[in-house]
Design a protein around this ligand. Structure first.
Ligand code: CTP
Ligand code: MG
Length: 181
């Protein structure tokens, strides 16, 4: 595969993990997951992690994975790029892992004294990808190994922070997000 095809495969293979965070931003609000509970004087997760955002985000990623599966033969044929087909487990673990990673990051941020919305460079950009990939590797081996080859993983790790920063700046500019990270 040439490098452009590798980037295309990486993007396709990560879309079900990319979309949940953005969908959660659009859908967020309502009851926080931690119900307002605190631990050692700080919120467990904070008001930025809600049931509705998590449910809508996970569902959006799940539906997108199925849409991509429908589009896969046409797209692969037209572009000559071997886009992956997501097995059932991966259509769940990619979006749910992404949401879990984001929730875990908020837990870590609250423990380190950061208020809701504070930035944590590195963690903010990669939390969701790492948990989505680890969960998928555990649940969908050997598909994971065949799909996320070393070049694809490198592309994911380079591309994700750039996309994350880019989409958040756009969401901030549109007034959808309170901070540009
Ligand atoms: N959101 C949500 N549920 C989630 C994730 C996100 O409702 N599981 C919504 C919230 O409205 C949140 C917004 O998406 O404010 C932006 O998400 P994020 O940047 O992850 O949250 P922050 O508000 O910045 O809070 P934190 O510091 O905990 O990341
Ligand atoms: Mg944030």
């Amino acid at each position: 595969m040439d490098w452009l095809a590798t980037i295309g495969v990486a993007f396709w293979a990560m879309l079900p993990a990319y979309v949940p965070n953005n969908a959660a931003v659009l859908a967020g609000g309502g009851r926080p997951i931690d119900g307002g509970r605190t631990w050692h004087g700080a919120r467990l997760l904070g008001d930025g992690k809600t049931w509705r955002g998590t449910a809508v985000g996970s569902t959006a990623g799940f539906l997108l994975a199925w849409l991509l599966n429908v589009l896969q033969p046409g797209a692969s044929g037209a572009l000559g790029v071997p886009f992956p087909v997501f097995p059932l487990v991966a259509t769940v673990t990619l979006p749910v892992g992404a949401m879990l990673g984001d929730i875990l990051a908020s837990f870590v941020k609250r423990r380190s004294g950061r208020e809701r919305g504070a930035s944590f460079p590195g963690l903010d950009q990669l939390d969701f990808v790492v948990v989505a990939l680890v969960l998928t590797a555990l649940a969908a081996w050997p598909w994971f190994g065949e799909t996320y080859t070393l070049p694809v993983l490198v592309a994911v790790l380079v591309m994700t922070p750039l996309l994350h920063v880019g989409t958040n700046v756009v969401a901030y500019a549109l007034g959808l997000k309170n901070e540009p990270w």
